[in-house]
Design a protein around this ligand. Structure first.
Ligand code: ADP
Length: 566
C-alpha cells in the first residue's frame, strides 16, 4: 500500500508540474505583461476597495490612485508616513502599532480605522496588508487594500447604541425619570443638544427636557427650556410640526433664514441664534397611534450635519422610546387611579361607618323598651328583630373596619401598640367568640396547645389575625373540624389553622394575600378579599410571616410565625 501510494505520488506531481510549466510559458507568450498589468488595474478600479503598495507610498504613487481619489490629496501629501495624517487622530496610534507588529512578524495583518474623505468626513476603513518577501526572507514590499466598512460599522454602533438605549429606557417606570433618561441618550454621541417636548393629557404642549452636551451652557439650556412649542397649525417649528401633525423634520443646514421662519417670536429667534444651530432633526414619539411627544436633536459646535440615515436612526430610537414613555405614562395613570380609589374608599368607609353608632344606640333603646314592657304582645318580635339587627350591624362594622384598615395600610399609617400577650389566650378567646358561628357550620373548633406562648405584640391586631383565619376556615372549610395549633419553633411563635375544605390551587397561594384577591367565585362565597391582605400586613408589621399549604379539594393550612420578643 505505502509503496504504491509513494510511487503514485512521485509520478503524478512530476507530470503535472511539467504540464503546468508548459501552460505557464504558453500563457506568458500569449499574454504580454502590459496587458496583465492593465487587467489588474481595471480589476482594482471596479472593486470597491482601495489598493496600495508600500513601494507606491515610499517611492512613487503609482500604486495609490485609490487613496488620492478618496482623500482628494495630491501624491506628495500621502508619501512616506504622511498618509497617516488623514487617519483619525484617535485611531492613529493603533494603526501605527499594527504596522510595527506586521513589520516585526513579517506577517499579514488587518486594522480598522477612520480615514478622512475629500469632503472632510471620517469614514471607517478596514486595512489589510500582506508582505512580499525577498530571497533572504526580509520584507521587500507590502501590498494591501482598504475597504470601506463605514455602513457596517455604523450599523454595528447603532445596534449597540439602541441596545444601551433600551436598557436605559427600561430602567424605570417612573414617567419623569423615563423622560430625563431619554433626553440624555443622544448627547453627545448624536447631538450637541437634545430637546424633548411632550403632549400633556389636556392636549397642551410641554417642554419636558433640554440637555446640552456642554455643561457650561446650562444657563442657555434653561432659556431653551422656557421655549414651549406653541400649537400653531401652520408653524414650521419642527417640534410643533411633530406634535401637531406627527411628522418628522430634517433640516440639514440650519440657515439664519430657516431660523427666522421657524422662530415663534423674537426671543425664540435670539435663543436659537445663541445656541448656534447648524443642523437639526425632529422625530415624533408615536405609540399605539397617538402622538406622545417630539424628540429634537440639534448640532452646534460639533458641526455635524444630519442626513436621511440619521433621521431613520432617530426614528428607530423614537419608536423604542415612545413605547417606554407610553408604558411610564400608563403606569402613572394607573397609580393615580389607584390613589383616587384608595382615597375614595377611605372617605367612603368613614362616611358609611358614621351612621352605625347611632343605629346601634337605637337598637339598644328599642331592646330596653321591649324589656320595659315584657307583657306586650310585640316584645318577642322586637327582641328577635333587635338580635338580627345586631348581627347585621356587626357584619357591616367588620366590613367597614376592613376597608378602613386597608386605607391605613396603603397610607402607611398602620401602627401597632405592643404589650405582653399570650397568643394561646388570644386564640381561646376568639374560639369562644366564634363557637356559635362554628355551630352553624357544624364545624368544631379544636385547639391543640400545651402551654402559653407569650410575646410582645399588638393584642387587638392579633385577635384580628386569628379571627380572619378562623372565619375563613369556617367559610371555606366544608363543615369539617378546624384544628388550631399554637407552638414555639426556633424563636418563633407558630400558629397554624387547618381545615379540610375546598383548598386553594397552588398558583393562587401567593396571590390570595394581595389586596382584593379572591380565588373563589363571588356567586358561591361573599367577601371583599381583604382578610388575608390585612392579616399579612399585621403579621409582617410584627416582623413575622404568613403562608399557606394547600391543594384544590385538599383543605388548607395557614401558618403564622411571629418573632418571640420579651
Ligand atoms: P375573602 O374571604 O373575603 O374573599 P380573604 O382575604 O380572607 O378574603 O381570602 C382571600 C381568598 O383566599 C378567598 O377569596 C379564598 O379564595 C381564599 N381562601 C382564604 N382562606 C381559605 C381557606 N381556608 N380555604 C380555601 N380558600 C381560602
Amino acid at each position: 500500500m505505502t509503496s504504491s501510494r509513494s510511487s503514485h505520488s512521485e509520478e503524478v506531481p512530476a507530470s503535472s508540474t511539467s504540464a503546468s510549466k508548459a501552460s505557464e510559458s504558453r500563457a506568458r507568450e500569449v499574454v504580454p505583461l502590459e496587458e496583465e498589468h492593465e487587467r489588474l488595474l481595471a480589476l482594482a478600479d471596479v472593486s470597491s476597495q482601495i489598493f496600495w503598495t508600500s513601494a507606491g507610498i515610499e517611492k512613487s504613487v503609482g500604486g495609490l490612485p485609490g487613496w488620492m481619489d478618496f482623500t482628494g490629496q495630491p501624491p506628495e501629501a500621502l508619501r512616506g508616513r504622511r498618509w497617516l495624517n488623514f487617519v483619525h487622530s484617535e485611531d492613529r496610534s493603533h494603526v501605527e502599532q499594527a504596522l510595527a507588529r506586521g513589520q516585526a512578524d513579517r506577517a499579514a495583518f488587518s486594522v480598522s480605522f477612520r480615514l478622512r474623505r475629500s469632503d472632510g468626513q471620517y469614514i471607517w476603513m478596514l486595512g489589510r496588508a500582506v508582505p512580499l518577501l525577498d530571497a533572504n526572507g526580509g520584507v521587500r514590499e507590502w501590498v494591501g487594500t482598504s475597504t470601506n466598512i463605514h455602513a457596517y460599522r455604523q450599523a454595528q454602533e447603532r445596534a449597540s447604541f439602541l441596545a444601551r438605549a433600551g436598557e436605559v429606557l427600561s430602567a424605570s417606570l417612573d414617567y419623569d425619570a423615563t423622560l430625563a433618561a431619554l433626553a440624555r441618550i443622544p448627547v453627545p454621541a448624536l447631538a450637541d443638544w437634545c430637546i424633548l417636548d411632550v403632549l400633556g393629557p389636556n392636549g397642551q404642549f410641554f417642554r419636558a427636557q433640554v440637555v446640552a452636551a456642554d455643561p457650561s451652557l446650562e444657563a442657555l439650556a434653561q432659556e431653551v427650556r422656557g421655549l414651549t412649542p406653541l400649537p400653531h397649525a401652520r408653524s414650521t417649528y419642527p417640534p410643533t410640526v411633530a406634535l401637531v401633525e406627527g411628522r418628522a423634520s430634517l433640516l440639514r443646514d440650519v440657515t439664519d433664514e430657516l431660523m427666522r421662519q421657524a422662530a415663534q417670536d423674537a426671543r425664540h429667534l435670539s435663543i436659537m441664534r445663541r445656541v448656534g444651530m447648524r443642523s437639526l432633526l425632529t422625530v415624533p414619539l408615536l405609540a399605539h397611534g397617538r402622538i406622545l411627544g417630539a424628540l429634537t436633536l440639534s448640532s452646534s459646535t460639533s458641526g455635524r450635519r444630519y442626513d436621511e440615515e440619521d433621521l431613520r436612526f432617530a426614528q428607530e430610537l423614537a419608536h423604542r422610546a415612545a413605547l417606554s414613555v407610553d408604558n411610564a405614562r400608563l403606569y402613572r395613570e394607573a397609580r393615580e387611579a389607584i390613589r383616587l380609589r384608595d382615597e375614595f374608599l377611605s372617605i367612603a368607609s368613614h362616611e358609611l361607618k358614621t351612621p352605625l353608632t347611632p343605629l346601634s344606640l337605637k337598637l339598644q333603646s328599642l331592646e330596653r323598651s321591649a324589656e320595659a314592657h315584657p307583657d306586650s304582645s310585640l316584645a318577642p318580635l322586637v327582641r328577635s328583630t333587635v338580635e338580627s339587627g345586631r348581627q347585621q350591624l356587626r357584619k357591616l362594622t367588620t366590613l367597614m373596619n376592613g376597608l378602613l384598615d386597608v386605607s391605613l395600610i396603603a397610607s402607611g399609617c398602620f401602627e401597632l401598640r405592643r404589650e405582653e400577650v399570650d397568643l394561646l389566650s388570644v386564640v381561646r378567646q376568639v374560639v369562644a367568640r366564634l363557637t356559635p358561628r362554628a355551630g352553624k357550620f357544624r364545624a368544631p373548633l379544636v385547639v391543640e396547645a400545651n402551654s402559653p406562648v407569650v410575646g410582645r405584640w399588638d393584642r387587638s391586631r392579633l385577635e384580628q389575625v386569628v379571627t380572619n383565619l378562623l372565619d375563613n376556615a369556617l367559610k371555606y372549610g366544608a363543615g369539617a373540624p378546624v384544628v388550631i395549633r399554637v407552638t414555639v419553633d426556633n424563636g418563633f411563635a407558630r400558629l397554624s389553622v387547618r381545615d379540610k375544605g375546598i383548598g386553594i390551587a397552588p398558583d393562587q397561594s401567593r396571590r390570595i394575600f394581595e389586596r382584593y384577591a379572591r380565588a373563589v367565585s363571588e356567586r358561591n362565597y361573599g367577601g371583599l378579599g381583604l382578610g388575608l391582605y390585612i392579616t399579612r400586613a399585621i403579621v409582617e408589621a410584627e416582623g413575622g410571616r404568613v403562608h399557606v399549604h394547600s391543594a384544590l379539594g385538599q383543605g388548607a393550612t395557614f401558618v403564622v410565625e411571629l418573632p418571640l420578643r420579651s
